[in-house]
Design a protein around this ligand. Structure first.
Ligand SMILES: O=C(O)CCC(=O)/C=C/C=C(\O)C(=O)O
Ligand SMILES: [Fe+2]
Length: 321
């Protein structure tokens, strides 16, 4: 029973622009169950597919995919800053497998990751100190141009082949929202000072970070209060995605053109690529089944928020060691 899966939405607005208490409690309960699933599985390695929001990857060099052989959390949105416990050998193994199968991943010996990785890891494991060894795999989900979504499936399958043997328990994690379109800047529309920020790496001071984060929280508050400046969440799109992933028919979503994701789910719906990669990794073990699937659209968090866990078919009970 070597592979298990957790895929969750993330939102940096959790705790900053909350929905009514009962909604937050319900989501937190779903996340706590996913955390229980992850800890019961007791992984010896966590392969986490995550996006970035121009904190770690900039247009200076923007790879479609990057395997982190060492990684540091930038500490955005109040998350802990500092190094993550990366298994460097496992990262190189994944990179070799991906490259051998024609998926041209970059490798970083000094990867910076933001809430797109760290929040989800903490949902599942509580703190950086409690994390098992991880391999963070960046999937570009915001910086156009993007390749076709099916490439995320090929990346995930490479991860499944790299780690699908019986020798260790590996949890694959997808981190990203379903339908959502928070105000993440886009190069094509950016004024020069924003284009500069999206292009060149530099230290972001606490004042600038706080200002950006406050702007995002204010936008979410306006969205929840009914502002029509933002694209609506789309529960139908979200259901279609969750159904396709649960049924194993990944082509039902990853064969769609990029414009479909934007039209139906908003620009950040490309984060679904992280889920596609994680489910594709699990699929290399044969048929799988979803253990739990939770969904709720939460405008205060700018997110069609979902939490799913899955194991290979026949291992549903075995997932609880
Ligand atoms: O802070 C910024 O510059 C951009 C805002 C941002 O990063 C928002 C991120 C939102 C998500 O990660 C999400 O909803 O998936
Ligand atoms: Fe995100």
């Amino acid at each position: 029973m070597p592979l298990a899966l957790c895929a969750t939405s993330h939102s940096p607005l959790l705790g900053r622009n909350d929905p009514p208490a009962e909604v937050r409690r319900e989501v937190e309960a779903a996340l706590a169950r996913a955390g229980g699933f992850a800890r019961d599985f007791d992984p010896e390695l966590v392969v986490v597919f995550g996006p970035d929001h121009y904190n770690g990857f900039l247009y200076e060099v923007m790879p479609p995919f990057c395997v982190g052989a060492a990684a540091t959390s930038v500490g955005d949105y109040g998350l802990p800053a500092g190094p993550l416990p990366v298994d460097r050998d496992a990262a190189h193994r994944l990179a070799r497998e991906a490259l051998a199968s024609g998926v041209d991943v970059a490798v970083s010996e000094d990867m910076r990751v933001d809430h797109g990785f760290v929040q989800t890891l903490l949902f599942l494991f509580g703190s950086v100190e409690e994390l098992p060894p991880v391999v963070p795999v960046f999937v570009n989900c915001v910086a156009e141009p993007l390749g076709p979504a099916v490439r995320a499936r090929l990346l995930g399958e490479a991860a499944g082949r790299a780690f699908g043997g019986p020798e260790r328990r590996v949890l694959v994690v997808g981190s990203g929202g379903l339908s959502h379109d928070p105000p993440v800047p886009r190069l094509a529309e950016a004024p020069p000072e924003v284009a500069e920020r999206l292009t060149r790496r530099r230290e972001v001071g606490p004042g600038e970070r706080a200002e950006r984060e406050a702007r995002t929280a204010a936008a979410a508050a306006a969205f929840a209060a009914g502002s029509t400046d933002y694209r609506e969440l789309n529960p139908e799109f979200d259901a279609l995605v969750l159904d396709a992933l649960a049924s194993g028919d990944l082509a039902a979503i990853d064969s769609r053109p990029n414009e479909w994701f934007v039209r139906e789910g908003g620009h950040s719906a490309h984060e679904v690529r992280t889920w596609i990669a994680a489910y594709a990794a699990l699929s290399t073990q044969g048929a799988y089944e979803v253990v739990e699937s939770y969904y709720r659209p939460v405008k205060e968090w700018f997110a069609g928020f979902a939490v799913t866990t899955a194991v290979s078919r026949g291992h549903k009970d075995g997932a609880r060691r």
